[in-house]
Ligand binder design. Structure first.
Ligand SMILES: NC(=O)C1=CN([C@@H]2O[C@H](COP(=O)(O)OP(=O)(O)OC[C@H]3O[C@@H](n4cnc5c(N)ncnc54)[C@H](OP(=O)(O)O)[C@@H]3O)[C@@H](O)[C@H]2O)C=CC1
Ligand SMILES: O=C(O)CCC(=O)C(=O)O
Ligand SMILES: [Mg+2]
Length: 418
């Protein structure tokens, strides 16, 4: 490895990947991190400090993280030059070093660059966006029983309208596609052909099945009772409807699921525990009301890219907001952990926001390394800080008798509660 601007920590070692894609983790692994735009500057240093403290406490100095900064977004344009938003060496480093973590990156609405977050997922084929949503006791929530929300979202991360295949209204490309649709495909339903922008939504059986396979395997490994396929297949029959059909097909072919009654729901016995795992489906709009009214009925969720984006913020709100919801983007070998929320520009550099989403993403990273003792300490620290009502502005404004602390102050509270 030789990089232009990335400094490799001399005393760190690379994580290896063995048979069955198992990680071989040295005592001082090199972990690349992207600071992130906006509030990235606030939350990323806190995340590093908290993870370092948890690892030091759990392993008494025997293990530690060799952090290595890699660049993307606005910081990259300062380091590499005006138009370099995502340098090749960032992609190379993240791929070679296998496990990384990132802060949020800005995407302009309308024109400008396409999402760097989506580009990272696509370039590295991080096809699973894993977003667990659980409640921490004492967190203010709009629900009467927020503790009943305990779901793990598997959002397909490589297809759907996030593929970015779209043409602007009035462009020659849009006109050409519209002409093709009308003249060669017999399409008569484009309501305003003169002024329409056009987007394409690819959804494949391979893309669906690799995602649903991971979701079902997660349910097996974690002894969860159900996997729900969330789709809008009544309207988008050959994309979202196909996602549902391929999901059930996979459950039957690869996991031996059998139909319940006349189907389409099916179930099979968890090969490790003997517990019944139900594979079911629900239409996305109905799902969004049911997660508020009957959250206990849902557990592992497998869904398409756009649905997963909406659902993850909606579910996060139920357990305290997007300041609390972690995530990971995963392929068969590479894992990149990241917060669910964005760059919250109005708070950038003010040391105010809640770092928990990135802290909990870091907790997932530690668990992914097999460093469960350190991961448990991060959870203990966050639980302790929230329980003692020492919280950032977002929770303090909803929590009677709470003490408001800064972003870094919350990090210190977490460490002191470990
Ligand atoms: N993966 C990524 O990197 C993502 C990037 N983005 C990008 O981020 C930019 C801003 O997007 P926007 O729609 O404003 O969404 P954001 O998630 O950045 O912020 C929306 C609101 O959520 C609340 N919030 C977000 N993060 C926190 C936090 N850590 N602690 C407390 N509250 C928080 C704030 O609410 P309040 O004002 O009520 O305090 C904030 O104003 C866009 O460019 C978007 O594309 C968006 C999502 C994910
Ligand atoms: O890439 C972006 O700007 C937004 C991404 C997003 O909303 C998400 O990852 O949940
Ligand atoms: Mg989102």
């Amino acid at each position: 490895m030789a990089y232009q601007h990335i400094q490799i920590p001399a005393d760190g070692e690379r994580i290896g990947v063995g048979a069955d894609n198992r990680l071989q983790v040295p005592n001082r692994p090199i972990i690349p991190y992207i600071e992130g735009d906006g509030i990235g500057i606030d939350i990323t240093p806190v995340m590093k400090d908290v993870l370092d403290a948890a690892v030091a406490k759990a392993y008494g100095g025997e293990r530690s993280i060799a952090w290595m900064e890699v660049y993307a977004g606005e910081k990259s344009t300062r380091v590499y030059g005006e138009d370099v938003w995502l340098p090749d060496e960032t992609l190379e480093a993240v791929k070679e070093l296998v496990v990384s973590i990132k802060g949020p990156l800005t995407t302009p609405v309308g024109g400008g660059i396409r999402s760097l977050n989506v580009t990272l997922r696509q370039q590295l084929d991080l096809y699973v966006c894993l977003r667990p949503v659980r409640y921490f006791a004492g967190t203010p929530s709009p629900l009467v029983h927020p503790e009943e929300t305990d779901m793990v979202i598997f959002r397909e991360n490589s297809e759907d309208i996030y593929a970015g295949i779209e043409w602007q209204s009035g462009s020659p490309e849009a006109e050409k596609v519209i002409e093709f649709l009308q003249q060669e495909m017999g399409v008569t339903k484009i309501r305003f052909p003169e002024t329409s922008g056009i987007g394409v939504k690819p959804v494949s059986s391979e893309g669906t099945k690799r995602l649903v396979r991971k979701a079902i395997q997660y349910a097996i490994d974690n002894d969860r009772p159900s996997v729900t396929l969330v789709h809008k297949g009544n309207i988008m029959k050959f994309t979202e409807g196909a996602f549902k059909a391929w999901g059930y097909e996979l459950a039957k072919e690869e996991f031996g699921a059998e139909e319940i009654g006349g189907g389409p729901w099916c179930s099979f016995k968890n090969p490790s525990t003997g517990t019944e795992i139900t594979v079911k489906d629900v239409i996305a709009d109905a799902f969004l009301q049911q997660i508020l009214l009957r959250p206990k009925e849902y557990d592992v969720i497998a869904t398409l890219n756009l649905n997963g984006d909406y659902i993850s913020d909606a579910l996060a709100a139920q357990v305290g907001g997007i300041g609390m919801a972690p995530g990971a983007n995963i392929s068969d070998t590479v894992a990149m952990f990241e917060a669910t929320h964005g760059t919250a520009p109005k708070y950038a550099g003010k040391d105010q926001v809640n770092p928990s989403s990135l802290l909990l993403s870091g907790e997932m990273l530690l668990r992914h390394l097999g460093w469960t003792e350190a991961a448990d300490l991060v959870i203990k620290g966050i639980e302790g800080a929230i329980y003692s009502k020492t919280v950032t502005y977002d929770l303090e404004r909803l929590l009677e008798g709470a003490t408001k602390v800064s972003c870094s102050g919350f990090g210190e509270a977490v460490v002191s509660q470990m």
